[in-house]
Design a protein around this ligand. Structure first.
Ligand SMILES: NC(=O)c1ccc[n+]([C@@H]2O[C@H](COP(=O)([O-])OP(=O)(O)OC[C@H]3O[C@@H](n4cnc5c(N)ncnc54)[C@H](OP(=O)(O)O)[C@@H]3O)[C@@H](O)[C@H]2O)c1
Length: 248
């Protein structure tokens, strides 16, 4: 740590413990207290906002985390920002939307041979999901490193579209590229009927653009999915391919 200028923290909080690094606060402070270190960024999540009834939320919105992990996350954000102040670092918190990118997207989910999981089916009822392409997380980090401006930032795209719309677009792209190789997406209708805006939100990214000067590479899931599709050369069911993770 004595030889590094920038610290990026991507570790999520652990149940019953909170942030696994901050629990050793004094040790951490002594290790990070160097003339070299100037900048830190803690990767957080938009889930800290909690139940917003479908409202647009920016960074001034008072977070109301509902789950245990989201409460620990909010505490971790505060802990890292305070540590930044104590050590005189330019400290940033990035509240990320659902991350997607190559190997982890609606395209990958549709092309996997397995059926949709229950969690994925339940998510189909969501009206708004704020997401961000992994390239834009790197893009925002790069801007922030070159133009530090301490504080909290929502890192999401411009288009908090419903998951069902995203899947339908992914289907179109796949059908165009590999006609008759996709599985049908089954939506649990009962789940849609139950769906409401209670736990939902649309996350505003204006501060990221204004203070950090970020110009999104993928302002919408459309170009993001298109670029993922363009870079797949073989249909994954025909190759060994890596296991895909969950998609937003
Ligand atoms: N995925 C999403 O859609 C999403 C959305 C919003 C926010 N986020 C948050 O953004 C951050 C990065 O996301 P991600 O999807 O890249 O997360 P990830 O794949 O789960 O990676 C988390 C990283 O933290 C490390 N880690 C976890 N627990 C640790 C511990 N106790 N001690 C040391 N290292 C530990 C992991 O190491 P190993 O690889 O060794 O396990 C891994 O490198 C996470 O905090 C995540 O919760 C994710």
């Amino acid at each position: 740590m004595n030889q590094h200028t920038h610290l990026l923290v991507s570790i999520p909080p652990c149940k019953d413990i909170g942030d696994p690094l901050l629990q050793h606060g004094e040790l951490l402070k002594s290790k990070l207290n160097s003339d070299c270190l100037q900048w830190l960024c803690y990767l957080s999540t938009t889930s800290v906002y909690g139940d917003c009834g479908g409202a647009w939320v920016d960074e001034t919105y008072q977070p109301k985390p509902s789950s245990e992990l989201a409460k620990l996350r909010l505490a971790a954000e505060e802990g890292w920002l305070n540590l930044g102040v104590d050590l005189g670092l330019a400290a940033h918190v990035f509240r990320l939307g659902g991350i997607y990118g190559p190997g982890r997207s609606a395209i990958d989910t549709i092309m996997k041979p397995e059926p949709l999981s229950n969690v994925q089916r339940a998510r189909s009822s969501k009206k708004f999901t704020s997401r961000v392409h992994v390239a834009d997380i790197c893009n925002a980090l790069n801007s922030c490193i070159h133009r530090p401006h301490p504080g909290i930032y929502n890192i999401v795209d411009d288009d908090p579209a419903p998951r069902i719309q995203v899947f339908s677009y992914a289907h179109e792209l796949i059908n165009e590229k590999w006609p008759s190789r996709t599985k049908k997406m089954v939506i649990d209708e009962s789940c849609i009927e139950k769906g409401n805006l209670r736990g939902e939100k649309r996350v505003v990214n204006a501060r990221m653009k204004k203070e950090l000067g970020v110009r999104l590479i993928h302002p919408s899931y459309k170009t993001g999915l298109q670029s993922i599709c363009d870079h797949i050369h073989d249909h994954p069911s025909l190759s060994s391919g890596e296991e895909s993770l969950s998609d937003p």
